[in-house]
Write a protein that binds this ligand. Structure first.
Ligand code: 9MG
Length: 276
């Protein structure tokens, strides 16, 4: 299987590692906008040196309860980082749900739109479809980041069914708008309007989502369910995150979205050396 993105047709014969670059005030030093952009650019260099196959750059925190920055603020954060990232020889993804940010990111040369709202914002589908080759990642989220973790529930407690139906509908909407199937990756959205039990259920039944006919992208890195499973705070979830990435790959994930690239790349190399 492959994933068509703008400059790169990605071979998914081995799992790919997407490295996370969050350009939000709480991610990099507080030394002002220029210092933040410098630190984020250096972080891109580091993740590529560590073996990242894709860089995912975002200026909008989607953590539960996070404040949503406006379009101008998001653009100010990501623009200088995207400009640098597209020179590094790996596909670059922009993590945004905002069609204005998407359009500008495309003008700067990004390869993938990673949208936690699955191109549902007015105008987003049209921006993606107007580009002949940009790859898209369509993610499932129930509710809004501010409130989505307040007692999430699913009809008949069937989280896998709800996620699968949503992703199928968004895949169909994207195809109907002119985005070829080969450009689409799907993501069940671990932690986005889901309890730890829902996330575990999705992990155990993840293979069922392969029937949707698109590569699966999974993001478990440092998420709170790993804190529940290990009893560890967010700063101590490295081993848990690597284990979750391996579990996701075992269950059919083609791409894993991670903070800790070097460790995940090593773990996947050992896994493939020993298991395949
Ligand atoms: C932006 N973002 C945060 N978590 C994510 C996840 O699990 N998947 C994707 N595609 N994006 C995410």
């Amino acid at each position: 299987m492959t994933w068509q993105t703008r400059r790169f047709r990605l071979d998914l014969a081995r799992p790919l590692v997407m490295g996370i670059v969050n350009v939000t005030p709480d991610s990099f030093s507080d030394g002002g906008r220029f210092a933040q952009a410098d630190a984020a650019r250096a972080h891109c260099d580091r993740l590529v040196a560590e073996g990242a196959d894709i860089l995912d750059i975002g200026g909008e925190s989607t953590r539960p309860g996070a404040r949503l920055p406006d379009t101008a603020e998001q653009l100010d954060r990501v623009r200088p980082v995207l400009r640098h990232a597209v020179t590094l020889g790996v596909p670059v993804s922009v993590d945004t749900a905002d069609p204005v940010v998407m359009r500008e990111a495309l003008a700067l040369g990004v390869d993938i739109l990673n949208d936690v709202r699955a191109l549902q914002a007015p105008g987003a589908l049209e921006v993606a479809a107007a580009d002949p080759a940009v790859g898209v990642c369509l993610m499932h989220m129930q509710g809004e980041p501010g409130t989505m973790q307040a007692a999430p529930r699913y009809p008949d407690d069937d989280v896998l069914g709800a996620v699968a139906r949503f992703l199928a509908a968004r895949r169909d909407a994207a195809e109907a708008a002119g985005i070829a199937r080969e450009r689409i990756a799907l993501d069940p959205g671990i932690g986005f309007g889901k309890t730890p039990a829902h996330n575990v259920e999705l992990a155990r039944r993840q293979r069922e989502l392969l029937a949707l006919g698109c590569p699966l992208l999974l993001g478990w890195s440092r998420k709170s369910t790993l804190g529940v499973l290990t009893g560890r705070p967010v700063g101590e979830r490295l081993a848990a995150s690597v284990a979750a990435a391996l579990a996701a790959v075992r269950q059919g994930a083609a791409i894993v979205r991670v903070h800790d690239v070097a460790e995940t790349v090593d773990a996947l190399k050992v896994w493939h050396g020993l298991v395949q």
